[in-house]
Design a protein around this ligand. Structure first.
Ligand SMILES: Cc1ncc(COP(=O)(O)O)c(C=O)c1O
Ligand SMILES: N[C@@H](CCCC[NH3+])C(=O)O
Length: 417
């Protein structure tokens, strides 16, 4: 469910025609629907209404300040993985008591920033990190609230690059070592053990891996309790998939019902870290056809957006639906939508049946609201594109287009070279 729809043959985001934004802002641009973001948050939240829970939006999915602010106003927290994400979440007005911090390589500086910000908890990913956090907290005369991120060795059945809960992955503490680590954590002076965390992967389209991982976490929490370690927060991470193409992911309600069944009787507050399911279908990337080219093998539609703007197709072979901004009777042709970058991997769609777009046509690359702009880069010295937020009949430029000066801003030429 999202708010990108056709009216009188034109694609709108809520009540704003995309062609109006294109005319005024230029292309390419990302556009997000406030109504869709709100709806996705509210549906997720309502699915868990019968149990105590906190929803911490995964900032890595979409870290625009306006998006974070909108979610924060709905009482959403943040799942962060860096000092930069913490900075953004705080600037956007997110309550630090709803911020959880994961990531395998937290630096001393980042740990200090998070301790001073009094976040809800650190999700610890290694023994050495635990010791470092204890040391920094001691220096600051604080107690660090922590959860251990447990690696339950459950196959999430998703793309290997976005699987995180298998033994071979770098994430978390192996379940076999967790008890020992919890006992050690509980013995440290500047650590308060409050939670247990797991996140097994992203874009999951089946419920069973979630259920398997949750069962492992529930058993562990019960055993910890019998050893005198009381877990208040069970953080089950994010990972719920969305429909890009043919997938049929479970709805938040189906997911919630199963999870609630598994945790019944356990006295914990659940924490969730959804990213994609909130933001994915709330955004599209709009691009314009610069040139078309036909070869013996296929049609190329050369557009003004590129792999630096949306990396998912080349990084994971991801499918993003391609729709015309102006509805019409396009002939279907076989080919690629490619960008101007000097890489063969620079495509937004490859070897697909596509509308026979012509020079100047606007194209909407769908489901680009999560891991779209946040993974973009300046490769080929391309200024990053603007982000637009639509609310009903108004649109706001919530991140302006970068300029050439932005590209070179942080650089300098040594005088005595
Ligand atoms: C620790 C953690 N939490 C939450 C997420 C968000 O995942 P998703 O966008 O699939 O909900 C991720 C990314 O996979 C993650 O690494
Ligand atoms: N960046 C990935 C998701 C990985 C999430 C990080 N744990 C994607 O676009 O699908």
């Amino acid at each position: 469910m999202h708010h990108f729809h056709y009216k009188d043959g034109e694609m709108f985001c809520e009540e704003v025609p995309l062609k109006k934004i294109a005319a005024e802002v230029g292309t390419p641009f990302y556009v997000y629907s406030a109504a869709t973001l709100k709806r996705h948050f509210e549906v997720f939240d309502a699915s868990f209404e019968e149990v105590p829970h906190i929803i911490c939006f995964a900032v890595k999915a979409n870290s625009n300040l306006a998006v974070l602010n909108l979610l924060g106003k709905l009482s959403c927290g943040a799942d962060i993985v860096s000092g930069g994400e913490l900075y953004r979440a705080l600037k956007a007005g997110i309550d630090p008591k709803k911020i959880v911090y994961a990531g395998v390589g937290k630096t001393e500086e980042e740990i200090e920033f998070a301790l001073k910000s009094d976040i809800l908890m650190f999700n610890i990913e290694s023994f050495q990190e635990l010791e470092k956090i204890n040391e920094v907290a001691g220096r600051l005369k604080k107690k660090a609230r922590i959860a251990l991120r447990v690696n339950p060795n459950v196959d999430p059945k998703t793309h290997p690059y976005i699987s995180t809960g298998l033994k071979k992955n770098k994430f978390g503490i192996p379940i076999e070592n967790a008890y020992q680590e919890y006992e050690y954590a509980a013995s440290l002076d500047n650590i308060e053990v409050v939670g247990a965390h797991c996140h097994i992967g992203s874009q999951l389209t089946e419920i069973s891996p979630f259920v398997d991982a949750t069962k492992i976490m529930v058993d562990m929490i019960k055993t910890l309790k019998s050893k005198g370690i009381n877990i208040k927060y069970l953080d089950l991470g994010g990972g719920l998939g969305i429909k890009y193409n043919e997938e049929m992911p479970p709805s938040p309600k189906e997911y919630a019902d199963k999870i609630i069944d598994v945790i019944r009787g356990l006295d914990v507050t659940l924490v969730f870290e959804p990213g994609r399911v909130i933001a994915g279908n709330a955004g599209v990337l709009v691009t314009r056809v610069l040139y078309t080219k036909e070869t013996e093998l296929k049609h190329f539609k050369i557009v003004d957006a590129a792999m630096n703007d949306l990396m998912r197709p080349i990084l994971y072979g991801s499918f993003h639906d391609i729709k015309p901004v102006k509805e019409g009777h396009y002939k279907t042709v076989y080919g690629d939508i490619v960008g101007p970058i000097c890489e063969t991997g620079d495509f937004l769609a490859k070897d697909r049946n596509l509308p026979d777009f012509q020079q100047g046509d606007l194209i909407a690359v769908m489901s680009a609201g999560a891991y779209g702009f946040t993974m973009s880069s300046n490769y080929n010295s391309r200024p990053r594109v603007p982000e637009i937020l639509v609310n009903k009949d108004k649109y706001y430029i919530v991140r302006r287009r970068e300029t050439y000066d932005d590209l070179i801003g942080p650089e300098s030429i040594p005088e005595d070279l």
